[in-house]
Design a protein around this ligand. Sequence first.
Ligand SMILES: [Zn+2]
Length: 273
Amino acid sequence: MPELPEVETIRRSLLPLLPGKKIEEAQIFLEKAVKPSPEAVRDGLIGREIMDIKRRGKYLIIQLDNEQWVTIHLRMSGRLVFMPASAPLEKHTTLTLEFTDGNSLRFVDPRKFGTVVLHAPTEPPAGLSTLGPEPLTTPKAEMLERLQTAAARRPGPVKGMLLDQRVLAGLGNIYVDEALFLAGVRPERPANGICAAEWEKIYESMLKVLNDSIEHRGTSERDYVDGLGEPGYHQVYLQVYGRKREPCRKCGTELIYTRVAGRGTHYCPNCQS
Ligand SMILES: [Zn+2]
């Protein structure tokens, strides 16, 4: 499921294509996915021009020429792909935007958890308004303080805290497992038992795994593709995620696969303590 690097890759792939496009038609095929209502979204989109496309955490934000935003969350399996409007409609299409130049943007979502919200910038949907800071652009000192302050109140596993989008935005199961491996910290460690030096390692590791994955255009383990339908290749570089009980790439010890914070979790019992 798309996390920060995948959503950022989609954004970058759509950035040369979307701004300046004028929406001629909007078709909604899954009514429960759009808010405030299918009619309001359709009326609010038709005739508008796209100005920009931004990312916040795992959300994509399409900015329209009338100060309205379309905030899209891909959730489990959503894909947002640019293609000619004449291309056949894929199964599980939630929404299509057709542009005056004959192109279209399709939101396809087999698991149907993805959402599309049309709103004023001052009235963001709940998930967006409560998001913590962006790990890649927030200054290091500020980010470290944020992490340590949040951790002080949390006896639960550090993995659960890093997955909490209110603490910091954009990380999910893949990059939390990868960052903790790189930092040498076990995912089930109580967040409030992690020392300042370890937080610094976790922070640096997080930046590295996120930046490396963006460079590799994201991780395609199942559904993920970029805005042109191309898969990423960071899966080749994963150290622990998805490698249940295989030997650690660093020390050869058999990796452990278990549940932490309710999620399938991978770590090396030798490299992480
Ligand atoms: Zn190891």
